[in-house]
Write a protein that binds this ligand. Structure first.
Ligand code: GLC
Length: 437
C-alpha cells in the first residue's frame, strides 16, 4: 500500500495546487504573476511535472504550448510570448527579440531567439509514466515526438560549437542560471560597444549594470546577424559548455530513446548518441582534482573557475559512472554545499569568493535545482541523500511559501512570489512520497 500524505503535506499540496491554478492563463502557465507574464520553456517543463499530478490535461497543453513556439530549425525558444500581455510588461520583450524578422521563427506567435536547458523530452516521458490513460498519452506523444527529435537535432548540430559532441550555450540566459558566477569570466571577455537599447523595466530580482548590458548586447549581436548558426560558430563571443545543460541534454537523449519505443520509432540512434555525449562530458567537463563537473569556455578552451550547483546536473544521466557519482555525492555533502547550509542546495560553492547568499543564482537555493539534484541522487540509489534534499526542499516552502529562491542558511524567501515551478515540483516531491517512489 502507498503511504498517505500527512495532514501537513495535504495542506502543502492544496496550497501548491492553488498556485498552479492561479498562474494558468488558459493555455499555459506563467512562472510568476506580474514578474514573468509569459511562458518560459524550462519552467513549463517543470510545471508539467506538477500538473501531471493535479490536472493532467493541462500538463499536455502546457507542453504543446511551448512547442508551438519551436522554430523550423528545431530550436525551442526560451520564452513564448503571450500576445495578450501589454508589449512593455516585460523586458526583454518581443521588441528586443524581433523573432518575426527571422524566417525560421513561427509566424503565429512571437518568441525569444535563444533556448533554455532541454528538458522537454524528459518531462514528456515522466508525463507518460504518470498518465491515467496510456493510449491517449501515446497519441499525444506521437504528435510531439517529431518536435522533440528536431530539438535534439538542432542542439547536436547548430550548438556543437566546441566540435566534440556537447551543447554550447551562447548566452548566460540559456543556462537558466542567468547570473551564475560560472559566467563571470566568459562574460567579462565580451567587449561591449556603446549601449544600443533604452534601459527600461527589467526583472525585479535580476542583475543590473554592466553585466545586464552585456546580456542585451549578446542578444542584439545574434539577432542582427539574423539568428543564423554561422554567427554562433564563427563570431559570437560567448560559447560555454555547461554541465547542467549537458546533463539535461543527456537525460533527454535517454528519454528520447524510451519515447521512441513508445511511439514505434527507432531508439538506437538516441542510445548511441547518449554514449557519445557521456564520453564527451567526462572527457571535457570532469575535473579529476575536485571530482566534479565544471563549465568549459569554448572560446578560450579553459574550464571556468566557479564550482556551482550545475556540477550536479549530470547526475540526471542514469549511465553516469560510479566514480563520478561518488565524487559528486562527496561534494554535495561537503561543507561547500549541503554540509554547511541549513537549507540546501546552495547554487554556488559556499566557500567560493563569488558566493552570495542573497544574490540571483549566486548562492540561494532554488526548487528547480534542488529537484534536479534530488532526482539525480535518487536514481543512483543514494536514498538517504535524496531524503535529505527532499526534506530541506519541503522545509523551504513550508517556512517561506512558494518563492522564487531562498537563503540557503536560514530559508528566507526571495524574488518572486507564487512561483510556479516551486509549486509544481513540490507536487512531484509529495507525489513521490505518496507513491512510495
Ligand atoms: C529567470 C531565471 C530563469 C527562469 C526565468 C523564468 O530568468 O533565471 O531560469 O526560467 O526567470 O522563471
Amino acid at each position: 500500500m502507498s503511504p498517505r500524505l500527512t495532514g501537513d503535506e495535504t495542506v502543502l499540496w492544496q496550497a501548491a495546487a492553488r498556485v498552479l491554478d492561479a498562474n494558468w492563463t488558459g493555455s499555459a502557465t506563467v512562472p510568476s504573476p506580474g514578474l514573468y507574464p509569459h511562458q518560459w520553456s524550462w519552467d513549463s517543463a517543470f510545471v508539467c511535472l506538477g500538473l501531471a499530478r493535479h490536472r493532467y490535461e493541462r500538463a499536455e497543453a502546457e507542453l504543446a504550448s511551448v512547442l508551438r513556439g519551436q522554430w523550423s530549425n528545431g530550436m525551442v525558444p526560451h520564452i513564448v510570448f503571450n500576445g495578450k500581455v501589454a508589449r512593455h510588461a516585460y523586458f526583454p520583450g518581443p521588441e528586443l527579440w524581433r523573432s518575426r524578422g527571422s524566417p525560421a521563427a513561427p509566424k503565429d506567435v512571437e518568441t525569444s531567439g535563444i533556448t533554455l536547458p532541454p528538458i522537454q523530452a524528459l518531462a514528456a516521458l515522466r508525463l507518460h509514466a504518470a498518465s491515467p490513460d496510456a493510449e491517449r498519452s501515446r497519441a499525444f506523444l506521437r504528435v510531439i515526438f517529431p518536435r522533440l527529435a528536431a530539438q535534439q537535432r538542432y542542439l547536436a548540430t547548430a550548438r556543437d560549437l566546441g566540435g566534440a559532441g556537447l551543447v554550447s550555450i551562447c548566452h548566460p540566459w540559456e543556462s537558466g542560471m542567468d547570473n551564475s558566477p560560472a559566467w563571470d569570466r566568459p562574460l567579462a571577455a565580451v567587449r561591449l560597444p556603446p549601449l544600443r537599447y533604452a534601459p527600461g523595466a527589467r526583472p525585479l530580482s535580476a542583475p543590473t549594470g554592466v553585466d545586464y548590458d552585456r546580456y542585451v548586447w549578446l542578444v542584439t549581436a545574434f539577432r542582427d546577424a539574423g539568428y543564423v548558426d554561422g554567427h554562433l560558430r564563427d563570431e559570437h563571443p560567448f560559447a560555454v559548455e555547461d554541465p547542467l545543460v549537458n546533463g539535461m541534454y543527456l537525460a533527454s537523449l535517454q528519454a528520447l530513446s524510451e519515447l521512441a519505443e513508445v511511439v514505434g520509432e527507432d531508439a538506437l540512434p538516441y542510445r548511441e548518441e547518449a554514449v557519445r555525449v557521456r564520453e564527451a562530458l567526462l572527457e571535457r567537463l570532469w575535473d579529476p582534482d575536485q571530482r566534479c563537473f565544471r563549465a568549459l569556455d569554448v572560446r578560450t578552451g579553459k574550464a571556468v573557475p566557479a564550482v556551482t550547483v550545475a556540477a550536479f546536473g549530470p547526475l540526471l544521466d542514469p549511465g553516469l559512472p560510479a566514480h563520478a557519482v561518488r565524487g559528486l555525492a562527496d561534494l554535495l555533502l561537503s561543507s561547500r554545499f549541503a554540509g554547511s547550509a541549513g537549507y540546501p542546495v546552495p547554487t554556488c560553492d559556499i566557500q567560493a569568493a563569488a558566493f552570495d547568499r542573497a544574490a540571483f543564482w549566486r548562492g540561494p537555493a532554488w526548487i528547480s535545482t534542488n529537484w534536479i539534484v534530488w532526482a539525480g541522487v535518487r536514481q543512483h540509489g543514494l536514498g538517504a541523500v535524496a531524503d535529505l534534499i527532499h526534506g530541506s526542499t519541503l522545509r523551504l516552502v513550508r517556512q517561506s511559501g512558494f518563492r522564487e529562491f531562498f537563503d540557503p542558511f536560514d530559508g528566507t524567501g526571495r524574488g518572486g512570489h507564487d512561483f510556479s515551478w516551486s509549486a509544481a515540483l513540490v507536487l512531484d516531491l509529495l507525489a513521490a512520497r505518496r507513491e512510495g517512489r
